[in-house]
Design a protein around this ligand. Structure first.
Ligand code: XMP
Ligand code: MG
Length: 181
């Protein structure tokens, strides 16, 4: 285990088992729809990579990067598109792939945008859900794990851009946040 990690919340084996279950379900649901899977960068990149291979059907991929306005660590709901899609979503069955849904503000904005652009359907698969923090009515269509209200890292999730490459999901030791060594 990494020195900065206090607890492993979800082990690598549990993560991989869940990805394979979600992939199987999505394979059934999207079999003949040639879905457009949209990875929300950066956090969703490992999940997207594992999930699309577990789906094992014809599909396309695209990538989008968004950032919330304002300096606070809490999502403001005002979203700036840092990198837009290369593909038109018009008439497409879109599957948005997320790392974690917290307040839901970022995702609500994204979903509205994709619907305005006339996608045939828009659904969401998230690896993690923190429903206690939700300020919107948003519910993911597919979800890996529900997590408590703690800041988690690993499997794409970062603290100051670190820990994204951990193969499990864990909670950081307090001293890492406080800047002590
Ligand atoms: P909202 O509040 O708009 O924000 O749903 C979702 C985004 O907030 C980030 N986020 C986290 N990142 N550990 C992280 O590394 C966490 O525990 C966490 N909670 C929220 C993340 O970027 C997500 O897409
Ligand atoms: Mg994110």
């Amino acid at each position: 285990m990494h020195d900065d990690i206090k607890d492993v919340l979800i082990s690598e084996e549990e993560v991989q088992q869940k990805v394979s279950e979600l992939g199987k379900q999505l394979k059934e649901d999207y079999q003949d729809l040639n879905p457009l899977c949209i990875c929300v960068l950066k956090g969703a990149f490992p999940f997207m990579a594992d999930l699309v291979r577990a789906m094992d059907i014809p599909l396309e991929m695209d990538f989008m990067a968004v950032s919330s306005y304002g300096a606070s660590t809490e999502s403001s709901g005002v979203v700036r598109i840092v990198k837009d899609l290369d593909t038109s979503v018009e008439g497409r069955h879109v599957l948005v792939v997320e790392d974690i849904i917290d307040s839901g503000l970022t995702l609500s904005y994204l979903l509205d945008l994709l619907r305005q652009r006339n996608a045939a359907s828009v659904k969401v698969v998230t690896m993690l859900d923190k429903p206690t923090r939700r300020t919107t009515g948003l519910k993911p269509d597919y979800c890996g794990f529900t997590v408590p209200n703690e800041f988690v890292v690993g499997y794409g999730l970062d603290y100051a851009e670190k820990y994204r490459n951990l193969p499990y999901i864990g909670v950081l030791k307090e001293h890492v946040y406080n800047g002590e060594s």
